[in-house]
Design a protein around this ligand. Sequence first.
Ligand code: CUO
Length: 688
Amino acid sequence: MSSSDTKALELLFQRPLEPVFTSRDNGKAAFDLPDSYYTDRYSSSNVELQTRYGDNVEVKIPLRDLARKPNLDFAKVIGRKQQFSLFQDQHMKVASQLISLFMDSPDLQSFASLCAYTKDRVNPLLFQYCYSVAIQHRRDTRNIRVPPIAETFPSNFVEPSLLQDARQEASLVPDPNKRTLIEIPRNYTASDLEDEQRVAYFREDIGVNMHHWHWHLVYPAEGPREVVAKDRRGELFYYMHHQIIARYNVERFCNNLKRTEIMNNLREPIVEGYFPKLLSSVNNRTYPGRVANTVLRDMNRVNNVLEVSDCERWRDRILAAIDQGFVQDAAGKRIPLDEVKGIDILGDMVEASSLSVNRQYYGNLHNMVHNLISFAHDPDARHLEEYGVMGDVTTAMRDPVFYKWHGYLDTLFNKFKTLLPPYDQNHLSYRGITINNVEARINSRTAAPNVLLTYWQKSNVDLAAGLDFGPNGSVFATFTHLQHAPFEYVVNVTNSNGTPKKGTCRIFLCPKTDERGTPLSLEDQRLLAIEMDKFTVNLTPGRNTIRRRSDESSVTIPFERSLRRVGPNAQPTDAAALASFQFCGCGWPDHLLLPKGKPEGMTFDLFVMISDYANDAVQQTNNSPDVCGDAYSFCGLKDKLYPDRRTMGFPFDRRLPGNTLTALTSSCTNLMKTDVKIIFNDQVVDRT
Ligand code: CUO
């Protein structure tokens, strides 16, 4: 790939609303376009256009004219100033068609030309989504980085008045290095009258929302088969969202809030209101809020018609299938929901992705309730309002109702899991392997074992790529997020088999008590267990010491990868780092690996299991090196099979023998738990 191809493709991410002929990269590069690429507005009018290449462009990137211009009429149903949603049927169909067009482009130069031609002719949000999916999935764009969406669409992530400040700063201070940091306020969406505000730092975290967006980019629900049909995608839809709900509920306990109530009745008012205070970048209107006690109503909007009872019918059919233990495909054939494939089938069916066994019958439950909730403030469009944050994967996790809806879906999946026989010794034990001791310790010589620390930290995000029509150069904003002191697990294991053995070390954190201090049952702990890490270990005969740093977690990606850079000049330069950036954009933010804990300390069970690798190993068909496996627990491996044969969440995905975690860990030598205390220090550390 030539550097000008790379540059061209990177440039197409920048300034999503600016026409291609003005899009520029800090004045360093701009497109050299065939005249036919100008849209009617600029090609047929006699207006004098600004210099095509900006003021001080160093590199002009020539774009080849397309032999045949694509007919983009199919995309016109989504207006340029309309919001685009992955949860609306019609929008997904248009997106699927555009993704196919991008995927089918025969070579890189044609792809760049096609995308440049398309960018100014379709809805900018639609373009950026489909373009990102194509970059993510085409073989010849493996080294192109999909930039963090908080940088290209900052208005979906930060309080809008800040964007005004950022533009002002950038216009008045030409030297990017002399610009001051814009501070994103904390707690700006509600006052402390609203209890839910206590966990706003989690819901509104930039890294959390970027992870969610990136996950849906890696696992599109519709599109060409090579883009959708990934190994165990339905199961991962269940598991990744299950872990989000478990983490959220644990975070609530840390803040003296009870578990989130679930939306098991679509007719009941949604008690929680939410006012996001974000702007849509395509039309500069605020995302609508939702008043407390809003009731879902039938929706009758242009190309988006849906009754609440449609969703109830789909839900009841899915429940009936779970009870019966099988689903029926469109030809009426019964497919059993067994303990291996069952959850994968259900995940795709509930979401629903295009892999659903029978979309006609089981419907599109998850997506359509997102859709209903997001239009609850204006279901028949009489006020001409767009969707609220639940309509968009970049913003949905900000709203308390996200957790109520996904909390319900989680109980649905768990209903299936509960019908499976509990795990027994055969599933759980590993003969000859004994864990002797487990410890977690922060990286300091004087630190006490099993005491972990959390605090607030300030970090930076560059808003420049999303400041359409703004001046050149970086503009950094600083935001405050939860952070933990880095720590290490030390696990002592004895292998008494007399031969070397391989195992998978599975580490979970389970809350011991609820928000009132009431001890949790094993079943509750199982459902609230949060995955911390999972990795392969080689065990020599005799005693072994396993050391593993918290920042190596298979769940998380480092902050620098969520948000690219921590300072104006800190960018990865080598090709390998750039390649790994892309897929690694998917992953839980490392700064939220640990729940907040409490100022006085909150005690958790740290659970460790070493399972037999012979039952875990996956025979990969593609043996190329992993582009990025940093966060495979939630995101899988690019172009490969999910690298753990056990069902996701093992061993907490099914019922367990015994009544307590202590009884469970005492029953198998390869399981162990220890108490860890998480102490929260309510101070801000500034690393900007
Ligand atoms: Cu990720 Cu509902 O699936 O938002």
